[in-house]
Design a protein around this ligand. Structure first.
Ligand code: HEC
Ligand code: HEC
Ligand code: HEC
Length: 288
């Protein structure tokens, strides 16, 4: 029995045409798959899968930063809303480089420190008063010479028992130098010459230059803040009555159970914190 041999001598052109047909079919097929699976104009059958894949591959750094921020906002004792802000030029210089959540180093207390930026200027805790000038604390609002309040967190709403709602979210307690009859501000705003200068040139500075400017902004700034009981005790440096706090709110702030609060976050022995601060302070002195 003799099999008819397969014909192998097609002209080259027919291979070429065959190849083109296959390519066209593949292109059409590909287009159809794309349309049904992924295209924004089609039903997007496979989009959920794609999204899942992307989710897994976003930057872990970005994600952990997001998580960190979310948890800080979560640990916040008040609802965190986007408060109105003072116009840029009238904001404190600190906010050029720091945020409303400036504390990050000490996990046990950072969230609790950060809530204080809602009602304090940084200087209330960080002012370095080497000359020992008497200090007086007052509500400060860049838009009003003598803000009247009611101020944030100073009283409870008798109906709900929660802190009263207020309209003024710009005013914050700030330290003033008492000089005779006059009060002198200790604050520096972004419209101050050094800040304006810095904002103009910062992109052109070398890291060294930047560090030296940073130092200038920190001249009167204490790297650490006061201990909690400087304010949370009956010997508070703040005159709560004069600052407009209601008697009930004052009692609660003065008798806040700090140690209880902190140990709730972690096994944490309070005096250790301040021993650690002392150590840091000695290290700081060794820095250039
Ligand atoms: C030009 C940017 C800039 C400005 C403005 C600025 N800071 Fe800083 N600050 C930094 C940087 C960067 C660091 C961390 C590096 C360092 O230790 O110097 C820092 C660190 C700090 C520290 C911790 C210091 C330490 O030694 O651990 C405190 C407290 C502080 N800033 C408070 C303030 C306050 C309050 C203001 C406003 C009066 C302010 N900063 C303005 C950039 C700035
Ligand atoms: C209630 C007081 C208080 C206020 C208000 C406050 N701080 Fe602090 N800050 C502290 C204390 C206390 C420390 C030291 C924390 C520690 O020992 O870990 C500190 C440390 C810091 C540090 C270095 C350590 C860290 O956690 O990163 C920076 C930076 C800082 N403060 C910036 C600011 C800025 C900027 C503001 C204003 C937006 C501000 N602080 C307002 C009390 C305060
Ligand atoms: C410079 C004074 C000052 C220092 C220092 C200070 N606090 Fe406060 N803190 C206050 C004032 C005032 C309030 C209430 C403000 C308001 O509600 O308007 C407050 C509120 C709080 C609250 C919210 C309490 C509530 O009932 O809503 C916590 C928590 C807190 N502080 C913890 C701490 C811890 C922890 C430290 C030390 C690491 C500390 N504070 C240091 C003045 C201070």
């Amino acid at each position: 029995m003799k099999r008819t041999p397969k014909r192998l001598d097609h002209p080259a052109i027919s291979y070429f045409i065959g190849l083109m047909v296959i390519l066209i079919m593949l292109t059409v097929l590909g287009g159809m798959i794309y349309h049904f699976a992924f295209s924004s104009q089609g039903p997007g059958l496979l989009m959920p899968l794609v999204n899942k894949y992307n989710e897994k591959h976003t930057s872990t750094i970005l994600k952990s930063a997001q998580l960190h921020q979310e948890s800080e906002i979560h640990e916040h004792f008040h609802q965190f809303v986007d408060y109105q802000e003072a116009p840029e030029a009238l904001r404190p210089v600190c906010y050029i480089c720091h945020s409303n959540l400036p504390h990050s180093k000490n996990k046990q207390i950072r969230a609790m420190l950060n809530i204080h930026t809602e009602f304090f200027m940084c200087e209330t805790c960080h002012l370095k008063n080497e000359a020992g000038i008497p200090i007086e604390y007052k509500w400060y609002n860049p838009l009003e010479a003598t803000p009247q309040g009611p101020f944030f967190g100073t009283a409870y709403d008798p109906g709900t028992g929660e802190l009263s709602m207020v309209d003024d979210h710009i005013s914050r307690i700030a330290p003033y130098f008492r000089k005779g009859a006059a009060l002198e501000s200790t604050l520096h705003m972004q419209n101050a010459p050094l800040a304006r200068d810095y904002l103009e040139v910062r992109d052109r500075l070398t890291p060294e230059q930047r560090a030296s400017v940073t130092k200038k902004f920190h001249i009167n700034i204490n790297p650490k803040g006061p201990e909690c009981h400087t304010c949370h005790s009956s010997k508070s440096i703040l005159d709560f009555k004069k600052l407009g706090f209601s008697p009930k709110r004052t009692t609660d702030i003065e008798h806040l159970n700090i140690v209880g609060l902190i140990t709730k976050y972690n096994e944490f022995y309070l005096p250790d914190l301040f021993k650690q601060q002392e150590n840091n302070r000695t290290e700081d002195q060794g820095r250039p």
